[in-house]
Write a protein that binds this ligand. Sequence first.
Ligand code: NAD
Length: 451
Amino acid sequence: MSYQLVNPATAEAMETIEHTSLEQTDDAIANAKSAQRRWAGLAPAERAEILRSFADAVAGDVENLAALEVRNSGHPISQARWEANHVRNVLEYYAGAPERLIGKQIPVAGGIDITFHEPLGVVGIITPWNFPMTIASWGFAPALAAGNAVIVKPAEWTPLTTMRLGELAREAGVPEGVFQVLPGKGSVVGNRFVTHEDVRKVVFTGSTEVGKTIMRGAADQIKRVTLELGGKSANIVFADADVDKAAATAPSSVFENAGQDCCARSRILVEASVYDRFMQGLEKSVAAFSVGDPTKDETEMGPLVTSVHRDSVASFVEDDKVAFRGSAPTGPGNWFAPTVLAPSSLDDRCMREEIFGPVVAVVPFKDEAHALEIANSTEYGLSGSIWTRDVGRVIRVARGVESGNLSVNSHSSVRYSTPFGGFKQSGLGRELGPDAPLHFTEEKNVFIPND
Ligand code: NAD
């Protein structure tokens, strides 16, 4: 079966993609299984060298990868370049891991006891459409470093950059079968990763709903899973903060990638005494947020990924709740202006559900306890920001927010060298950071007697 891609910024039809069938998926898993044994058998320094070559190949293809992401996903070119460079950096970082998968020597009576980190075997990675190449790399780079073979299923809407990474891997000398990209349907290829006994771990990034299905299916074989799911993160602004800076930076924390970001701070909680001042500043920064042609360097936000998704985002916006809007192009393409809502109730749908678009809700709070109560009143717990100059409050609130990734007086959340993942229904397990390769291994304990 083939699938027609559409440029989100122009609505023009692009190439069609051949979807992988069930039989082809089974063949790829069989290939991966035999290739993995050879890959794991290489000396650690050899695997490291091949991963460095893969990183170099990505570095040499940054412009091409970025252009593909602009066409396929509508990402602004400056962001897409960052993403391609990020993939290079992730590969380079984990190229250091094969030679550092160090076990323990544990004191015991009558001999020695040592531990090994053995690869799992074949790892299946299922990615969403919002950050196709970066999210794939968070799984495949540490998994390959730990000696596994990897099969990746990109999202139906945005497969192009992941497919290109598959080509670059081969060109860089990653052996045949060790890293395969299988474009196709979630219900066919993705589901087969869950049901096939030779796939030992599934790394899934996507909606909480599908994540639950994957976890249920994985239970049948006690299959390892890492789940990176939805978010409804809070940006908490206290009255003692640099309120102007908080207002100036808030748009990028939720409208970047057109809000199609699991870490989007889509709820802004503002201490009541500075609510009006914050909204005035936010109105200015939203008006200045540049939405338009993703091929232009100055563009900060492009279109939504598809017209279907645009309709879903629009369903969250009720005119009587709109405080103000930014601007967006008209005409062909899935355009949606950045939108700020001021809901009257904390139970409003826009306060509870992940919108995954350029829509943010702003509500006032009374005091620190109230801020924490609102921030934590969600099933999600992925990200968030805290704005205050009070160091004690930083500690209390950072410890009090039930979320995996927080930033103080800033909005950064993903660095390849630090762990990333969610609390509650935002996920299970962690990606990135120094320990990520260990999540693709089993710890083996071996006792060797003295006699
Ligand atoms: P989705 O759940 O619809 O799809 C994700 C992937 O799963 C796609 O590749 C899809 O084909 C596949 N899939 C669908 N049904 C499947 C099944 N039954 N078995 C196996 N695979 C299946 O999500 P999406 O709409 O592509 O992405 C948006 C979601 O991803 C949002 O909820 C967002 O918050 C989340 N997300 C989370 C993170 C994170 O790190 N926590 C990062 C990015 C996106």
